[in-house]
Write a protein that binds this ligand. Structure first.
Ligand code: HEC
Length: 214
């Protein structure tokens, strides 16, 4: 380290006689300076490109882990939603335990409306009925069952309601299960007013699109 030191810059004239040395920075300091630059480039490369770490990636990883731990309820649409005799039997049980006080054992309605007539406030297609049951109509007193019952039970009870409705009205199940009609549309618009009341990842029907297609 034989550097020239204590060389004056020689600007005393302009600075009221104040002089200044032009001493070189210590090698260790300059070394550190360059090292941080090289380190920053290397670390940046490693972080973003090699290890691929970023807050976005971290969030995505956490969301993926959460999706595994709390799987989204399978989207219940009329295409994935088939009606089997087993479901109807189980659905009758779910209905007896949860729905009778408001809809009546005969389904003709008590506080809630009849479920075995042709009139539907929130749409009478399979996907719409399922949607109403799952998301409820909180301000009208229909609870969001998707947050209280497992998705299978919501489907089962919907299957039961649909089957009973079909028996009472003579409307074929295949017609009820057809995707909600875009030409009619009124039912879909109605059930939109319930959007968000069910809320939360536990809500079975929340992901069912109004047109019944996944
Ligand atoms: C606390 C009372 C209550 C309970 C319990 C209840 N409901 Fe309801 N339900 C209602 C009311 C009130 C409505 C009408 C909502 C409206 O006017 O928008 C309704 C509406 C419905 C509709 C839509 C009817 C239509 O015309 O669109 C379906 C389907 C339905 N309920 C099914 C069920 C099922 C299945 C259960 C049991 C899992 C159940 N409900 C339990 C009160 C209840």
């Amino acid at each position: 380290m034989s550097k020239e030191t204590n060389r004056l810059l020689g600007h005393a004239d302009e600075a009221d006689g104040i002089e200044e040395y032009d001493n070189p920075l210590p090698d260790w300091w300059v070394g550190l300076f360059w090292f941080t630059i090289v380190w920053a480039v290397g670390y940046g490369l490693w972080y973003h490109v090699i290890a691929h770490r970023s807050e976005v990636k971290q969030l995505q990883d956490e969301m993926a882990a959460a999706a595994v731990r709390w799987p989204a309820p399978s989207p219940v649409t009329s295409s994935t939603f088939t009606i089997t005799p087993d479901e109807v039997t189980r659905g009758a049980d779910v209905f007896a335990k949860n729905c009778v006080p408001c809809h009546g054992a005969d389904m003709k309605g008590v506080i809630g409306p009849s479920l075995i007539d042709d009139e539907w406030i929130h749409g009478g297609q399979g996907a719409e009925i399922l949607h109403t049951i799952a998301n409820g109509v909180l301000d009208k007193g229909m609870p969001p069952w998707g947050t209280m019952l497992p998705p299978e039970q919501v489907r089962d009870v919907a299957a039961y309601v649909i089957t009973k409705n079909s028996e009472a009205t003579g409307r074929p199940i295949s017609a009820i299960m057809a995707p909600p009609d875009t030409a009619k549309g009124a039912g879909g618009a109605d059930s939109d007013s319930t959007a968000g009341t069910g809320g939360g990842p536990g809500s079975a029907g929340a992901t069912a699109p109004p047109n019944g297609e996944a």
